[in-house]
Design a protein around this ligand. Structure first.
Ligand SMILES: Nc1ncnc2c1ncn2[C@@H]1O[C@H](COP(=O)(O)OP(=O)(O)O)[C@@H](O)[C@H]1O
Ligand SMILES: [Mg+2]
Length: 241
């Protein structure tokens, strides 16, 4: 396995200042993630998971500390520079699927490439590859996304996250709106992208059961890492059968 870190966080602090009040949300977080890992970041609501996700996803910068994403220091970049890095390096999956309801599956998956100025044939080729890699059934490619179940919608969002060939897939509570069985199918999709396609996955969740699907679990609480351990008994998600 390639061991060059995709993520290297050194003593990340994030403090919000509102109306003269300072709130320390991340209090010195250090960890790294190597290429090809599948890591869960788990903690209760309010522990700072989304704040950390925004920093590792280059959506925000830390108050202090350093963050290297795929070898580049992104902790002091401007908003425009962060946007470029995100487009280049990261595929995002959120709790809400954020699809265009009346557009087809193929259209939804290829949409980021429209914004990136990629030509139509090339967009379709890349979107089809992303759908195949995420094992999304071809019978549904021409369905409108509002004709799909929640689990299928999230799988469209996962395929969409792949079209820029990201170094890192970053998922914030991706099963939060799904029942357990459907959530398993989504977790299976992440596992097969990781093991079958070598994608690095960072999965953020408050549910121990979901985190157990990763190879390594980082527990955070009150803005600090409590434990960071391999998960030798990784749970294997059930796909469709
Ligand atoms: N912009 C902000 N200003 C002040 N406090 C914030 C802001 N964003 C988040 N927080 C606080 O930081 C803490 C962690 O939030 P968050 O990262 O969303 O946690 P999680 O995703 O683990 O639920 C919470 O107490 C939240 O209220
Ligand atoms: Mg959150």
């Amino acid at each position: 396995m390639n061991t060059k870190p995709i993520i290297a966080c050194e003593n990340i602090v994030k403090t919000y200042h509102n109306a003269g009040v300072d709130t320390a949300v991340l209090k010195g977080v250090s960890f790294s993630v190597a290429a090809g890992e599948f890591v869960a970041i788990m903690g209760p609501s309010g522990s700072g998971k989304s704040t950390l996700m925004h920093i590792i996803g280059a959506l925000d910068t830390p108050s202090s500390g350093t963050y290297y994403l795929d070898g580049s220091d992104v902790s002091r970049l401007t908003d425009d520079e962060l946007a470029d890095i995100r487009r280049e390096k990261i595929g995002f999956v959120f709790q809400a699927f954020n699809l265009l309801p009346r557009a087809t599956v193929l259209r939804n998956v290829s949409l980021p490439l429209v914004y990136a100025g990629v030509a139509k044939e090339e967009r379709e080729r890349i979107a089809e590859r992303a759908l195949i890699d995420s094992a999304f059934p071809q019978a549904f490619w021409q369905h409108h996304s509002n004709q799909l179940s929640g689990g299928m919608m999230q799988r469209v969002a996962i395929a969409r996250s792949l079209v820029n060939d990201p170094a890192l897939i970053l998922a914030d509570e991706p099963t939060g709106n799904l029942d357990t069985k459907t959530g398993e199918i989504v977790l299976h999709t992440f596992q097969s992208l990781n093991t079958g396609h070598g994608k690095t996955v960072v999965l953020i969740t408050h549910e121990p059961y979901v985190a157990e699907h990763a190879d390594r679990i980082i527990h955070i609480r009150d803005g600090a890492i409590l434990t960071d351990e391999k998960n030798p008994r990784r749970r294997i998600a059930r796909g469709e059968s």
